[in-house]
Ligand binder design. Structure first.
Ligand SMILES: CC(C)(COP(=O)(O)OP(=O)(O)OC[C@H]1O[C@@H](n2cnc3c(N)ncnc32)[C@H](O)[C@@H]1OP(=O)(O)O)[C@@H](O)C(=O)NCCC(=O)NCCSC(=O)/C=C/c1ccc(O)c(O)c1
Ligand SMILES: O=C(O)CCC(=O)C(=O)O
Ligand SMILES: [Fe+2]
Length: 355
């Protein structure tokens, strides 16, 4: 084991090539974090900047036709870019099933998980990864994930891991009406009364779902679970377990706010695509996940996106009201490829679309 930990190339092979991931490393009960994962101080979360007395809004969706609830959603998207929802209509049993399925996938032996590494995967729409982009990240993040881009039920049934595919598909189906409702509410404030086929395609024409696993880390303060980044989605529906560890930047400040686990809740955040489409009105906020010294953590984000072929820019309904466009028109797949070409670095992806 000593040679594994001291030799970066052997370590990379164990973690990235043999399918062990950081979970496999954590299970060796190592006492010290290998250098490969030691983040520069500026990439770690400065806990002195966390403000304990603030929290993102919690919105009860049981009366979602109530104008007060609809206003609360739009206000949260403008002022925080992040909010938690309860009574959202996604059955709690479906949520529990997807959490269990996440544990089942990561409990598979390395030999099985290895089949989903990008170079071995039967389809480019599914990949098992450690860190964010290990080919690009100079220092690795303390996270393994399975990323699934949804194309069709048939493709999922053929290629997704059988231990989790049915639960993921059920979850995707059962979150559909919630996603549509949230987008409808957000569009109404922008002067778009109904979602028709065209804007529905741009707002929610594709989905990516990730199963994230953050294993216990020997020196959590020296690394990150996920470095500061904003999502490139339209919006993200995030399911987290009872561990905690997600922090979001308070708008226009140097302060961070914890997103506490709240049983049965889902966390919603605005992504870059909606910041662009709304010409900056709705905010895609930087967020960060810390590593944990005592508990394994899972989370499951659904990234609701435009279709890869869509061209996105500030919506005509927004610009026609006399606003100056802050962003140019970009092909969404170009935007996403730009995101996937570099390590996490706060909010810098959106520079790609800036006028
Ligand atoms: C992703 C692309 C661009 C792939 O295009 P495609 O033509 O199919 O390319 P391909 O030949 O299959 O794959 C190669 C590309 O995969 C992309 N890629 C690289 N790493 C990954 C990865 N880990 N997961 C998925 N795609 C990746 C790169 O963009 C590659 O581009 P290039 O290096 O060839 O230039 C396309 O499917 C698309 O436009 N999808 C739109 C929907 C979408 O995926 N949106 C992203 C929402 S994800 C989001 O908002 C946040 C994600 C996130 C945040 C923090 C994390 O720590 C993390 O892990 C993930
Ligand atoms: O694990 C979390 O709570 C958030 C993960 C995240 O930000 C992401 O996968 O984009
Ligand atoms: Fe994220």
């Amino acid at each position: 084991m000593a040679s594994l930990l001291d030799n970066t190339s052997e370590l990379k092979t164990f973690v990235l090539v043999e399918g062990h991931g950081v979970k496999g490393l954590s299970e060796l009960k190592i006492k010290t974090l290998p250098e490969l994962f030691i983040q520069p101080v500026e990439k770690r979360l400065d806990m002195s900047k966390v403000v304990p007395y603030e929290s993102i809004p919690i919105i009860d969706m049981s009366n979602s036709d109530d104008p007060k609830v609809r206003d609360a959603i739009c206000d949260a998207a403008e002022k925080w870019g992040f909010f938690q929802i309860v009574n959202h209509g996604v059955p709690l049993s479906i949520i529990e099933d997807v959490k269990d399925a996440t544990h089942s996938f990561f409990a598979l032996p390395a030999e099985e998980k290895k089949k989903y590494l990008f170079k071995n995967s039967p389809t480019k729409n599914i990949r098992f990864v450690t860190s964010f982009i290990p080919e690009v990240d100079k220092v690795l993040e303390w996270k393994d994930y399975l990323s699934c881009f949804y194309v069709s039920d048939d493709e999922s049934m053929a290629f997704w891991p059988s231990v989790c595919r049915d639960q993921i598909l059920e979850y995707l189906k059962n979150s559909e009406s919630l996603i549509k409702e949230l987008l409808e509410v957000l569009m109404q404030r922008l002067g778009i009364p109904k979602l028709d086929e065209t804007n529905q395609g741009i707002l929610m024409g594709s989905r990516r779902i990730n199963l994230n696993y953050y294993p216990v880390c020997p020196n959590p303060e020296l690394t990150v679970g996920v470095g500061g980044h904003s999502d490139v989605s339209t919006l993200t529906v995030l399911l987290q377990d009872e561990t905690g560890g997600l922090y979001v930047r308070k708008l226009d400040s140097d302060n961070w706010v914890h997103v506490p686990p709240l049983k049965g809740s889902l966390t919603i955040n605005i992504g870059d695509a909606l910041q662009i489409l709304s010409n900056g009105r709705y905010k895609s906020i930087e967020h960060h996940v810390v590593a944990n010294g005592t508990t394994n953590r899972i989370s499951v984000p659904i990234f609701v996106n435009p279709r890869p072929s869509d061209v996105i820019g500030p919506l005509p309904q927004v610009i026609n009201r006399g606003e100056k466009a802050l962003y140019k028109q970009v092909k969404y797949s170009d935007y996403v490829k730009h995101f996937y070409r570099k390590s996490h670095n706060g909010k810098d992806t959106i520079d790609f679309a800036m006028v």
